[in-house]
Ligand binder design. Structure first.
Ligand code: SF4
Length: 114
């Protein structure tokens, strides 16, 4: 558990992704592919708390529950449109289950404000 971002030295992930200017074409082929779609919920969640939802700097991966309070029926959600292409998930997934490939041309962050 980390302290909440203060907006001066530390920032929330959604604001940082917005500043990166990340965009992708609608309906492009998936650039984040699961070798086995059952592993995030079947293995990574009970063993490691599904670390992709924590290490991804862009908040691409989420575990969503049908009932958040009771933590029932978890689903693994990939918000690929937010990906800033750091390739961490390809390297760090405990089961080596996530494959990152380059997006279509011009997709990704462009850091227009830097
Ligand atoms: S490449 Fe980086 S930003 Fe994209 S989904 Fe993987 S960890 Fe997240």
């Amino acid at each position: 558990v980390y302290p909440k971002p203060d907006g001066k030295l530390t920032f929330d992930r959604a604001s940082s992704v917005f500043l990166s200017g990340t965009t992708h074409e609608e309906n492009q082929p998936p650039h984040l592919v699961l070798r086995d779609p059952s592993i995030p919920i079947g293995e990574n969640l009970p063993l490691y708390g599904e670390p992709a939802r924590l290490y991804c700097p862009a908040g691409v991966y989420e575990v969503v529950y049908a009932d958040e309070a009771k933590k029932t029926d978890p689903r693994f959600v990939i918000n690929a449109q937010n990906c800033v292409h750091c390739k961490t998930c390809d390297i760090k997934d405990p089961a080596q289950n996530i494959t990152w490939v380059p997006p279509e041309g011009a997709g990704g962050p462009n850091y227009a404000g830097m």
